[in-house]
Design a binder for this molecule. Sequence first.
Ligand code: ADP
Ligand code: MG
Length: 483
Amino acid sequence: MVGLFVLGIVMIYEAVIGLELHIQLATESKLFSSSSASFGAEVNTHVNEIDLGYPGVLPVLNERALEYAVLFGLALGSQINPNAFFMRKNYFYPDLPKGYQISQLADAIILGGLVDLPEFERQVRINRGQLEEDAGKSVHDAFTDRTGIDLNRAGVPLIELVSEPDMRSAAEAVAYMRKIHHLVRYLGISDGNMQEGSFRCDANVSIREKGSEVYNARVELKNINSFRFVEQAIELEIERQIDVVENGGTVEQETRLFDPDKMETRTMRSKEEANDYRYFPDPDLLPLQLSAEWIEQIRQNLPELPHLREQRYAEQYALDKDSLRFLVQDKATAQYFEEALNAGAEARTAAIWMQSELVKLLPEGQGFADCLLNPNQFAVLLARVADNTLSANAAKKLLPELWGNADISVDALIDTKGLRQVNDDGQLQQWAEEVLAANPDQVAAYKGGQVKMLGYLVGQVLKKSQGKANPKSVNELLQKLLA
Ligand code: ADP
Ligand code: MG
């Protein structure tokens, strides 16, 4: 909230923000054609006659994309529109070979719904979620004198999730966006990769006098591809609009671009009105007729939603906030955790090891769906640390050995590697006495008050034992011997 004195009157403004999120669905093929929808292929190799807009070809709806949209809508608590239909949004742009985008409007597949932001005591209403196709990409840096067009992305399925203008600060907008990002990844309907453009945001921003109910002209900030940039872009835009109004101007409805290098937003084009697009129902695609049974079947596949799972874990196990967040980041992580628990692992230890050790072994960019440590082996390994068979360090060394080798017995491996911890008092005593005898200077220093020498001596005993002595027992034993 920003206040400013004008002729002795304090004017207090509030921001009004609505987001349009473009969420790329993780389907194998495109929304209306069998071309691959995957990212990163050589330019113009994932294209066929439909993606290129050849005359006479007919689109066929990808059923998986429809399922994902319905799953998402159900998770948002929205209405699923059984008679949704597709519209043509007509415009000319080089990356749009058909001259129109197949999209949806008021008769979209997802209608209504609420996203709760408890930390702001705010509920954001969803207007609708449209199933639509993405456009291609202009490539500006491949040639010096021309712009290239890559149509691999043309026709890739998106959901455009349109919120009502219910957010009142940049921080609320980012919290909303994070929540949706988390949900789509958790449901597995999108990889949410922002660098690759799988999750993009257009932010609509206006300001008004605080307490007023009017909706003033809004500025649309296009395609902002990180959480930080969304926050910065909205904040800058709010300041700019206040400046305009304070200087006696009016905010124009327009589309602006955020420039993170210059830290400014600047005019891209004046905002078109919906009727500029000459929307009409696509005659090539029949309206949907979704049966209540089909929708119900998808509802059965809804996983326990992340916030409910987090609540349940918090009640069942003594886990800190960090671990809770980590465990419910996606379905696979939560499932792995639960499988380890079913195999007898203790919750807190399992969470900490997953968070600090197992993630290190996951290939770059992959999650627990790709974890190659069998959860049963994981549970046995943790049990052997708990019962002092194995030191934590030795257990960590075994992780790569067990990775991808589900048939190895953990106990057999501990023996083959000779890592069984020595807890035998007689043996420990002998090693300790040998170390004390061999290090008279350090012993004298310790007795003279240099307590940190103890660590050195413990280290020597561990070394002598080739890592097999139980560090805790050695520590206690040395303290006793030196007392
Ligand atoms: P468009 O075709 O212009 O993108 P949409 O209906 O897809 O229209 O999206 C409009 C977005 O603008 C919604 O997210 C809505 O919440 C937001 N919006 C509408 N009016 C305002 C306003 N006065 N200030 C801020 N945001 C607004
Ligand atoms: Mg829109």
